[in-house]
Design a protein around this ligand. Structure first.
Ligand code: ARG
Length: 721
């Protein structure tokens, strides 16, 4: 196994890259990939792309927050990322009076920058730990291996940890567990908000335009990383100073042409390009439609309240955006998978594989086993989605479900009262946090709606025992909406979670029966226990078996076709990757052509005064009508270029990634993918796949001309010709 792996890495280095598919490991760029990059327009050396000892491009790329990418653009630790990546930090530093989400914000000097709870991580180094991992699990069954793996990882990362310097390692499984790489990161904890456009720019087009081209969104925000005077990570402190980075990206305002080289560094979160036909069928038939249906319901109910009240909007905005983003994604994903006939294509490939595997003990039964595994799990898949995306989609229910742990502690025999107190304190702290974001009107409606959907859509045998019968006996006919509304109102009226007096009495005198009789808790616990006791073990077994089969399948695929193996890159898993390609127009469907850029005039065409998604700041309209674009104008088009598209292979997690020209300069920020290729996590389409990027000239125009923050422009290293 290992031998194949070593030769596979060599193969990667020898590979002949095809189209612009590929999320490459920057430290393992083979000569062929590099040559192909040069052919496409790269002017940098391999050492400038990634170097162990010297500063290189990779040193300017960071993990931003929990799931985005950012880049360093000045010698004083200035960060560019997407607006939707800074969204939560922007919303939580806003109030109805100082509404930065709505009105935008720029720090005109460093003392105006706003503290946040964000962290950023710089990549220090990458180490191949495959041998250490495999040695530690040698001879174990898959189940034993899976169980032991976290400890094996911990033992290896412990050796790499250096608290004093903020260094910690994380191990990534590559090629479905055929290789293990440890990335060591340095985490900085003093990150400050420096600037953001108003939401009408940063999220212009809202969910209507999300995942679509043409797109006119100024999806950027600006932060700064601070460190101690000697450059070490630390918590927020007034004594901290802006970090002097190892490398920062110069910013090119020269403009772009169709066909120009474009390279994207960043942290793609997840792909599954070797998904089987079985997985696609389950996704298309059950998982995606269920998720979309439930999110649709929740989003409508949240939106109703958000448009009524700016305070509610601020409270729910970040959560709403996240739910909406992947609601549209999963809907589009299934549509595109069907359009591309991905299921049938996978089936054909699997048949080819099965023919090759005949007589090879290691692979012969793979697809019989896949079939069996999916057959066993499929009957429960819908109720899992309805639990996670429905029942837990009510924030009160989700919080109440976390109290199941408290209940378990309270009824445990022999537990000390000190330990119970610890558990209660943790619950009280979590409750406080929950209450900050709680909005009763939307949540109460969500609770009623999802509880009813679970009743009508899920097999009765999979309902929690007794819950619906009990509800019926008190509140009425289970086919009637009014029943659920009455019930939910009662839950909200009576729960101690929303009642300080009752809660404080419980905390002062903890008694498990009080918790068990709480209506929010008893509802959440009924569904939570039903799921975790009956279905979660089945799901875990299903996933573990899939992982085991997946590892063999991928190994078999590489053996079957070494030439194809040579063109492989590991699936995205939120480890740093580089993708290269070109700025490029496309034809989404018959008789339609899309330009590779969109412009200021398009913003004005889309503008609808007072609209929730297409409104604009008055000053923007004024400056745009005057075409006051200064040095940011596109000379050829005589307009402001807002966004552009490239052929790069990226996915969620890459948000905020720098789009870099052939000379290593920043030309834009990647922020989205196009609708016509939303199958991209599973199947990359070389004709239709595009990355949507905000042009850095639009970013700078917003900061400078609209925002008046010339101080930030002065910090940058502008490349003008
Ligand atoms: N679809 C984008 C992504 O996942 C997020 C765009 C955020 N904007 C929005 N309107 N939801 O990277």
């Amino acid at each position: 196994m290992k031998k194949i792996f070593v030769s596979m890495i060599l193969c990667i280095s020898l590979l002949k890259a095809s189209a612009d598919e590929g999320m490459w490991l920057p430290m393992l760029l083979g000569q062929q990939v590099y040559n192909d990059m040069v052919k496409k327009g790269l002017k940098l050396t391999k050492e400038q792309l990634y170097s162990v000892n010297k500063s290189s491009l990779k040193d300017a790329i960071i993990i931003f927050g929990g799931g985005c990418t950012g880049e360093i653009v000045s010698n004083e630790g200035l960060i560019f990322t997407n607006h939707h990546c800074g969204y939560d930090a922007i919303a939580s530093s806003s109030t109805v009076e100082h509404n930065y989400l709505k009105d935008g914000f720029y720090a005109l000097s460093k003392d105006q920058e706003i503290q946040s709870k964000l962290t950023v991580q710089f990549l220090d180094r990458i180490v191949d730990v495959t041998k250490e991992v495999e040695d530690a699990v040698k001879g174990l069954s898959w189940a034993e291996r899976t169980e032991k793996m976290p400890d094996v990882f911990k033992a290896i990362t412990n050796k790499a940890a250096d608290k004093e310097n903020g260094l910690a390692g994380r191990i990534y499984s590559m090629f479905k567990g055929n290789q293990y790489l440890m990335y060591v990161y340095k985490t900085y904890r003093d990150i400050r908000l420096v600037g953001t456009p108003p939401e009408s720019i940063g999220k212009f087009g809202g969910d209507t335009d999300n995942w679509e081209w043409p797109r006119h969104t100024g999806d950027f925000s600006v932060f700064r990383v601070y460190a101690t005077k000697d450059g070490k990570p630390s918590e927020f402190s007034a004594d901290n100073v802006p970090l002097k980075p190892k490398h920062f990206l110069p910013v090119s305002i020269k403009g772009i042409k169709d066909g120009d080289y474009a390279m994207i560094y960043g942290y793609p979160g997840g792909t599954n390009r070797y998904e089987t036909s079985y997985g696609i069928k389950l996704k298309n038939d059950i998982e995606n439609p269920s998720l979309v249906n439930l999110r649709d319901t929740r989003l409508k109910l949240m939106h109703e309240q958000m448009i009524k009240d700016p305070a509610v909007k601020l409270k729910l905005a970040s959560n709403y955006a996240g739910v909406a983003n992947y609601w549209k994604f999963f809907d589009g994903e299934t549509k595109q998978l069907k359009k591309f006939h991905t299921y049938e294509e996978k089936q054909a490939y699997e048949n080819k594989f099965a023919a090759w595997a005949k007589g090879k003990a290691e692979y012969e039964n793979l697809f019989t086993e896949y079939a069996k595994n999916y057959e066993t799990w499929t009957p429960y898949s819908k109720s899992r989605q309805y639990y996670n995306e429905g029942i837990l989609g009510s924030p009160l229910t989700a919080f109440a479900a976390t109290l199941v742990k408290l209940e378990a502690d309270m009824v445990k025999t022999g537990i000390s009262s000190a330990d119970i107190k610890k558990s209660i304190d943790a619950a009280a702290a979590a409750r406080k946090k929950y209450l900050v974001a709680a909005d009763r009107p939307s949540d109460e409606k969500i609770m009623a709606a999802v509880c009813q959907l679970f009743y009508t859509d899920i097999d009765k045998n999979q309902h929690p025992i007794g819950f619906y019968e009990g509800t019926k006996s008190v509140y009425g006919d289970l086919k009637d909406d009014a029943t659920y509304k009455k019930w939910a109102k009662d839950v909200f009226d009576r729960t101690m979670i929303l009642d300080d007096t009752k809660w404080n009495a419980f905390v002062a005198n903890p008694d498990a029966t009080i918790l068990q009789n709480d209506p929010a808790f008893s509802y959440a616990a009924a569904f939570s226990k039903n799921y975790t006791m009956k279905y979660l073990p089945l799901y875990t077994a299903f996933m573990n078996k899939n992982a085991e089969l997946g590892r063999s399948y991928l190994k078999g695929v590489m053996e079957m076709n070494p030439a194809a193996a040579a063109k492989m890159y590991p699936d995205a898993n939120f480890s740093m990757r580089v993708s290269y390609g070109n700025v490029k127009s496309y034809k989404p469907r018959d008789a339609v052509s899309y330009d590779y850029v969109c412009m200021g005039k398009g913003i004005l065409e889309k503008y609808v005064a007072g609209d929730y998604e297409f409104d604009l700041p008055a000053k923007q309209i004024e400056l745009m009508k005057k075409k006051d674009y200064g040095q940011y104008i596109d000379k050829g088009r005589k307009d402001l270029v807002v966004c552009f598209i490239t052929t790069n292979d990226i996915t969620g997690g890459n948000s905020g990634s720098p789009v870099i020209d052939g000379n290593g300069n920043l030309i834009g920020l990647a922020f989205d993918g196009n609708y016509e290729a939303l199958s991209h996590k599973i199947a990359f389409d070389k004709d239709l796949n595009r990355t949507i990027c905000v042009d850095v000239r639009y970013v700078l125009w917003c900061i400078d001309k609209l925002g008046g923050a010339g101080n930030l422009i002065k910090e940058l290293k502008l490349v003008k010709q």
